[in-house]
Design a protein around this ligand. Sequence first.
Ligand code: NDP
Ligand code: MG
Length: 368
Amino acid sequence: MKVFVFGATGSIGKNFFSLLKYFPEIKPVGIQAHKNEKKLIKIKRKYHIKKAFLTGERVESKEISSNKENLLEFVMSKQVDVVLFGASGTELADIFIEILSSGKKICMANKEIIIAFGEIIKKKKGNNLLPVDSEHSSIFRIIKNLEKKEIKKIFLTASGGPFYNLKKTELKKIKKEEALKHPRWKMGEKITVDSATLINKGFEVIETHYLFDIEPERIDVLYHPESKVHGIVLLKDGTYISHIGETDMRIPILYALFYPEQREFRIRKKFYENLNFSEIKKEKRKLIDLCFKALKDKKGKPAFLIGADEALVNLFLKGKILFTDIEKILLKIYKKAPEFNDEKFEEVKKAIETGKKYVYEELKWFSQ
Ligand code: NDP
Ligand code: MG
């Protein structure tokens, strides 16, 4: 299996490469990263990878290229069987949509693109799009043999992140290092902060809608601190199906790569520790509810949120704003968000940029 890996230098990339020793039939033939040239070259040499692309810088050398046309040409060629899309952000949305439209199999970890460009993607996708986000991978496994009318509700589980039980006054003092310590998953910085504010779960609601074409009224979120059950589906006859697995991203990556086949991969841990579920506390739901609202409002609102949240998380990571400012500013600027035609690519890009712009405008006002 010849694989092209977007986001090879990140956390999804790391999980992918750690699968290679178990599955010699997986052959990485191409890799992409944004700016980390050193690490990209290291990976290229270590795994004897044919092509490496750095899309966030201008480089042209024997080992690395930043030419996006060449990248696309290579990915679309017969030299690549499967794409693992683990690059973050929305900058490569055009490339993603081209690959998706070509019918090539694409295992999708990135959620920002699905959320922001959902209205465009839903018309282009066939069954070549496989979810890698753990909750969506679980839901996919559960519903793939169900008819849509049999599904009453889809529940996504939320670990709650590291601060679920902290009060607002305590949250204000949160430092970057604390926000980057997720209790269950080891992931990139942006998604880890998103998990701590719980907007990640709201984003995953929107992602669920666009991946599985399920209305927002039929999606809900549950607090499940052990992160063992990743998805639950309520059926028409009142019974539930859930999927249990370790918190290990290699599992959904492996499943998507080989789907419809399943490979042997044993993580020998117990699944029968105490499993707890409850509704998400009201005061922790604010950003989840905002995402539900954006999904219902549509008209570029999910893209606006993606842009605004990206800007805010960056500012928090740079120590420029408080942890609690992320929620506060998102709730505030959303009210002023303009409408965009979400079926047009350029308009969605504008919605994302507008989200970022509103954050900076709001902060200027803040500091006066
Ligand atoms: P990381 O921050 O660890 O890695 C991001 C990767 O994307 C790096 O290879 C980085 O390259 C590249 N990248 C960064 N910015 C851009 C950009 N503007 N354009 C193109 N590529 C870029 O993130 P994760 O691996 O944690 O997450 C990747 C994606 O997968 C995200 O969309 C995330 O939401 C999703 N996801 C991740 C999970 C996880 O367990 N990590 C779980 C579920 C979803 P460079 O190193 O050069 O900056
Ligand atoms: Mg997830």
